[in-house]
Design a protein around this ligand. Structure first.
Ligand code: GUN
Ligand code: ZN
Length: 473
């Protein structure tokens, strides 16, 4: 079978891809609105018109309802739901995590998903919550792996997902992912993370997802189970998550909450509708509040905002500016900033996945010093061969007579050959006043350059001050 997942563009660990399913090909990163088979807050036909190319529903709910089950078995899932593009089905594992048990055998619910023509089927994994004992995380993971191995051995008429569990143990997550990679699943959801997202533990989320990604390798499509808040999409996509499911658009609407990429507002505490989606365009706040269809309309706004953010994430990946989007999205909440900083700690990993050339970078915060461009240059600066008298300067008007080499100076890179000033990444837009992180990295690079060229004599003409007076030594 040809590869079902094809990567078209990359930025950081993120990518634009194409995933082929029996009911059509979708572009990733993609958002799957969660559809409740019992009641359609937004009719699935409208979901498609709003821009949802793929949806997700729960096969366990269908299986447990005699009428829905019969319809699905006779006429298929797509007829039951009324959506004729790709549909992913979950297995009831989430019910398992909430209620402690489910009334179905693992293979039974998987065979049921095959029988109703689901496009992406999920075996019954065990979603281990965060912070459990290592013993529990290990034994539940063992059971999940046993079930997934059985599932992978079946002849499959559709795509098969292999959920990665392991609670908040990074090494277990990595091991679980490596185990599943060898089983050739079609999609790899990172599971058991809903409690982390609900409690804004984005640092742990980044740890768990990057660990799973390291075990999995970069070629496999990854689904982040339960990630439906648009504030999260840029961060998750930057780590290499390709599929998202949103129950949030509906859950938040039922609570009277209005989603934005910067966070959530309560509708009854708002004064304006700061959005141009069709709902916010055609209603005043008062009309929205008083509408008998308030929940549906709010759900539609929430979904429009989410789908729009996904498009923005794709545009940024395509352009190579996903880091710039992260810079702003991760400043919507202090805990998002924690997650962002945790991702910066994975800068060596990101550097290996990131493209070596893209559009002009904007240095926007101390975190930008951890960008792949900056890390990459630190790795390579010792390739510069110098001899004789070397001037390092941030003054383009400086008198360079008597020097054998002139290097320009721009934090966070530090010294770089002046003839590269107009090329990526040295054409970066940086603040006039470099921050400590940029200066520290520049200073480190000076040190490396000197160590690589012990016979050269270095002089500095710098307007900015370096830490430890490194320039003068
Ligand atoms: N929905 C949210 N989290 C999970 C998970 O870990 N596994 C499955 N199957 N569904 C989920
Ligand atoms: Zn709106």
């Amino acid at each position: 079978m040809p590869d079902r997942f094809e990567i078209l563009h990359k930025d950081l660990a993120g990518r634009i891809g194409r995933l082929s399913t029996p009911h059509g090909t979708i572009e990733t990163p993609g958002l799957m609105p969660v559809v409740n088979p019992h009641l359609h807050l937004i009719p699935p036909k409208e979901l498609k018109e709003m821009g949802a190319d793929i949806i997700i529903t729960n096969s366990y709910i269908i299986h447990e309802d005699a009428k829905l089950k019969e319809h699905a078995l006779e006429k298929g899932l797509h007829d039951l739901i009324g959506f004729h593009g790709p549909i992913m089905t979950d297995s009831g594992a989430f019910q398992l995590s909430v209620y402690g048990s489910v009334e179905v055998l693992p293979l039974e619910i998987l065979e049921f998903q095959f029988a109703i023509h689901s496009d992406i089927c999920v075996p019954l994994d065990i979603p281990t919550p965060p912070d459990v004992s290592r013993e529990r995380a290990e034994s539940e993971l063992q059971e999940t792996e046993k079930r997934l191995t059985e599932a992978a051995d079946l002849e499959r008429p559709a795509l098969l997902a292999g959920p990665i569990q392991g609670s908040t143990f990074p090494d277990l997550r990595k091991k679980a992912a490596a185990f599943l990679r060898d089983k050739n699943f079609d999609v790899y959801p990172v599971g058991g993370v809903v409690p982390l997202m609900e409690s804004y533990r984005f640092r742990n989320l980044v740890e768990v997802v990057t660990s799973a990604k390291k075990g999995l390798g970069s070629g496999a499509p990854v689904h982040l189970f339960g990630a439906g808040h648009p504030m999260l999409f840029a961060l998750a996509a930057a780590m290499g998550c390709d599929l998202f499911d949103s129950a949030a658009y509906a859950l938040f609407a039922r609570q009277g909450r209005y989603l934005t990429v910067q966070g959530t507002w309560k509708l009854d505490e708002m004064k304006y509708l700061p959005c141009s989606c069709p709902i916010c365009q055609s209603h005043t706040l008062k009309e929205l509040m008083q509408s008998p269809e308030k929940i549906k309309l709010l759900a539609m706004h929430n979904l429009y905002v989410s789908l729009q953010e996904m498009k923005l994430v794709k545009q940024c990946i395509w352009e190579g500016s996903l880091w710039e989007l992260l810079e702003s999205r991760c400043r919507s909440h202090p805990r998002m900033l924690d997650g962002y900083k945790r991702l910066c700690a994975e800068s060596e990993w990101l550097e290996r996945l990131d493209l070596a050339s893209k559009s002009t970078m904007f240095y926007l915060s101390p975190e930008s010093a951890s960008r792949p461009e900056s890390i990459r240059y630190s790795h390579r600066i010792d390739r510069i061969v110098l001899s004789g008298n070397v001037l390092i300067t941030d003054d383009r008007e400086a008198d360079v007579s008597g020097f054998d080499h002139v290097l320009h100076f721009k934090p966070p890179f530090g010294p770089y050959p002046s003839e590269l000033a107009e090329t990526y990444p040295f054409n970066a837009e940086v603040p006039e006043e470099p921050d400590e992180a940029a200066l520290a990295r520049a200073a480190k690079n000076i040190k490396r350059l000197k160590e690589a060229n012990p016979s050269a004599r270095f002089s500095f003409k710098l307007n900015c001050r370096l830490p430890d007076n490194i320039g003068e030594r």
